[in-house]
Ligand binder design. Structure first.
Ligand code: ADP
Length: 272
């Protein structure tokens, strides 16, 4: 198996906090997996995701190992990090720095030293794949939130990263843009075999897109496996159902039959 992300006994404590927000977290993400990190608000989902890209590593006390492509996260340069791990966060307005879409996409490649004819080719190719051709010469500040989030994704994808990280990428989008964004993610996963790790509170998304769900509870991973199985585990835990109101409805609608994949449970952890 081609392991792209591994944590070994990862424990992390924020400065001035009394207890670790992550405790002995062991996980593996293989090439081509689509992983959703689920858990109640404050359970450490964002903190965990931020351990997979060097620039996002939080300040605090860390022990254990974080390996990206079997290399310690601490040994990544800015350049190798940009080329290996792409990240799109919640706020569509945070990322862009240039004034037009085409300049924004080109800027990503200029930053890593790609030559101008190659830049032109890659921008055109990606804009075509994502259906952004018509927007290339638009001003960034004229774009809707949904369009902007696609541009953010494009400016990350253009570097051809091995891993894509998303932290609630549709939290500020309307339902139509949300659906479109998730459709794009599904294509990236299915057509290009991209490896995706996403923090997402919407479990319907996890069910419809991901092949693996990680459940964070009490600072630890309590489940890693098929989303339908993970959600049924949550259903049996009153503390979690209270936080995640859509779970009972999913059961009532029988949506949990949507995707029943073989369960793969991380070493030393129980599925249910
Ligand atoms: P989630 O993404 O599951 O909502 P977070 O990873 O954002 O959880 O936060 C987990 C816990 O760590 C929360 O109790 C939060 O208050 C705390 N926390 C998050 N960021 C910081 C920070 N920069 N400094 C101190 N505590 C933090």
């Amino acid at each position: 198996m081609d392991q792209l992300i591994q944590t070994k006994q990862l424990t992390f404590t924020y400065p001035n906090a009394h207890i670790p927000v992550l405790q002995d977290v062991n996980l593996t993400v293989d090439r081509g997996q689509f992983v959703v990190i689920a858990g109640a608000t404050g359970s450490g989902k964002t903190t965990l995701l931020n351990h997979f890209k060097k620039e996002l590593l939080p300040n605090g006390q860390r022990s254990g190992d974080v390996l990206i492509q079997q290399r310690s996260i601490d040994n990544f340069s800015k350049l190798s990090s940009a080329k290996t791990v792409g990240y799109v966060g919640q706020d569509p307005t945070v990322q862009p720095i240039m004034t037009t879409v085409i300049a924004e996409l080109a800027f990503s490649l200029e930053n890593v030293g790609v030559k101008s004819d190659e830049i032109e080719r890659r921008v055109a190719e990606l804009a075509n794949y994502l259906g952004l051709d018509q927007l290339l010469h638009h001003e960034i500040h004229d774009l809707s939130g949904g369009q902007l989030q696609l541009v953010n994704l494009a400016s990350v994808l253009i570097l051809r990263p091995e891993i894509l990280l998303f932290d609630e990428p549709t939290a500020q989008l309307d339902p139509l843009s949300t659906q479109h964004f998730f459709d794009v993610l599904q294509r990236l996963h299915q057509e290009l075999g991209m490896t995706i790790v996403m923090v997402e509170h919407n479990l319907e998304t996890a069910l419809s897109l991901a092949d693996t769900m990680l459940l964070l509870q009490n600072h630890r991973i309590t489940f890693q496996g098929a989303p339908a199985v993970g959600i049924s585990k949550m259903m049996n835990d009153p503390k979690l159902t209270a936080f995640i109101p859509e779970v009972p409805r999913l059961f009532l609608e029988n949506r949990l039959q949507v995707k029943q994949l073989p369960i793969s449970v991380a070493e030393g952890q129980t599925a249910i």
